[in-house]
Write a protein that binds this ligand. Structure first.
Ligand code: S3P
Length: 439
């Protein structure tokens, strides 16, 4: 499912970003709309769906399990839900491409189905840790084979799952969501306690579909055996994609850009909090709640940035935004220190090492640490960097071009299509100068 063809970006230096744009739909919410819409009774109409490879991988596997899904067509998807027990055994293994969210959430959702199923992924996904989901699922009675704790995963049919209480060892919305989805099929009350707040889209969407979810402090729980009722889902623009343009405006003098209808769920706005602490000029307007999710237009105007010590409580709230935030840190005056972010080492790439390597190539003093990085703001030069097939690394170095002394060549950029189809066109429309080269 993930892009096999290789792509390079040549980013020409200089420029600023201006205008009003809407970035593609939220990836996390798009995945969940297909999963829960498929299990619901009735027809779910989704608008703003992300037509990126990761969310399309989720859509394709539910089609493969017998769900009638129409679209996507300009972000519109119609899902004819089959009910909690209506999924059919797929005829072949499920290929989830680059998508960790698909594999981890599906592990929970499929653990309680009455069929065997194997899930595979691309090279990056095949190297990502899965014991974080298979261990607690085993406690619930699931039978899952891994390959040394990594994909492929094979889930074997089980007669029933039992509810558990689980203390998450790491702040992970994927693991929390996996267990809640398994909990839908378990006997009794499944509860999960998280060490720090993580994105709560699963909980919000379950509630939006009429499922009772209890929250008490850092514990969320639900009782298995209920049903979901179809509803309409308006997927907001993805704050993780908006981030590239927020950072672009924050580093390039003269910039003034507005990102429209962006999801600003409090569990996702670490990037706004961190950039504001660094001195960025950000304003939120048109704030409203749509389909249980807060959204707003985000305007960001250039203002000089300063280095900061990033508060650890912001880490899970900005977990996907760090590659771009490291570019902001490279352009800030002084030192930025990140700690408590070891999870970055097990994303689509080791984002601490890969960003440190690329920044160093571009002449920035960036020292990786076990659980973070120390970046001294400086002057970005030119050179050739490798994204290691990681979409967010590729886009982060692309925006660095705004403040670079010369061209930046970024290798291995095809996976940008997993989360941000049309990135280069949109980026060039607002003022960047990126050339995309096949092969
Ligand atoms: C996601 C949760 C995060 C995030 C990923 C999407 C989700 O992962 O990095 O891109 O949709 O639940 P973790 O919860 O494992 O940190």
């Amino acid at each position: 499912m993930s892009s096999e063809a290789s792509k390079k970006y040549i980013v020409h230096p200089g420029g600023k970003v201006t205008g009003k744009v809407r970035v593609p739909g939220d990836k996390s919410i798009s995945h969940r709309s297909i999963m829960l819409g498929s299990l619901a009774e009735g027809t779910t109409e989704v608008t703003g769906f992300l037509e990126g490879e990761d969310a399309l991988a989720t859509l394709a596997v539910f089609r493969g399990m017998g769900v009638d899904i129409i679209g996507p067509d300009k972000g519109k998807v119609t899902i004819h839900g089959v009910g909690m027990h209506g999924l059919k055994a797929p005829t072949s293994s499920l290929n989830l491409g680059n998508s960790g969210t698909s594999m981890r959430l599906l592990s929970g959702l499929l653990a309680g189905q009455g069929f065997d199923v194997t899930m595979t992924g691309d090279k990056s996904l095949s190297s990502r840790p899965m014991k974080r989901v298979t261990d607690p699922l085993a406690l619930m009675g699931a039978k899952i084979d891994t390959t040394d704790g990594k994909p492929p995963l094979t889930l074997h049919k089980t007669s029933s799952l039992k509810a558990i209480h689980y203390d998450l060892p790491m702040a992970s919305a994927q693991v929390k969501s996996c267990l809640l989805l398994a909990g839908l099929y378990a006997e009794g009350k499944t509860s999960v306690t998280e060490p720090a707040p993580t994105r709560d889209h699963t909980e919000r969407m379950l509630e939006g579909m009429g499922y009772q979810v209890e929250k008490e402090g850092s514990t969320v729980s639900l009782v298995g055996g209920g049903k979901l009722t179809a509803t309409n889902i308006d997927v907001p623009a993805d704050i993780s994609s908006a981030t590239f343009f927020m950072v672009a405006a924050a580093i390039a003098p003269g910039s003034d850009i507005t990102l429209e209808h962006v999801g600003v769920n409090p569990t996702r706005i670490g990037v706004i909090n961190i950039l504001q602490e660094m001195g960025a000029n950000i304003t939120l307007t048109n704030e409203k709640v749509t389909g249980g999710e807060p959204v707003a237009d985000i305007r960001i105007q250039y203002a000089p940035l300063k280095g900061i010590r990033i508060p650890e409580d912001q880490v899970p709230l900005a977990i996907d935004e760090f590659p771009a935030l490291f570019i902001a840190a490279a352009c800030a005056e002084g030192q930025t220190v990140l700690t408590g972010a070891e999870e970055l080492r097990v994303k689509e790439s080791d984002r601490i090492q890969v960003m440190a390597d690329g920044l160093t190539t571009l002449g920035i003093d960036a020292k990786p640490t076990e659980d973070g990085i120390v970046i001294n703001g400086g002057v970005i030069g030119s050179g050739e960097v490798d994204s290691h097939s990681d979409h967010r690394i590729a886009m982060s170095f692309a925006i660095a071009g705004l403040q670079a002394g010369g061209s930046i060549q970024i290798n291995d950029c095809a996976n940008v299509a997993t989360s941000f189809p049309g990135f280069v066109d949109l980026a060039n429309k607002v003022g960047l100068q990126i050339e995309e080269i096949d092969g």
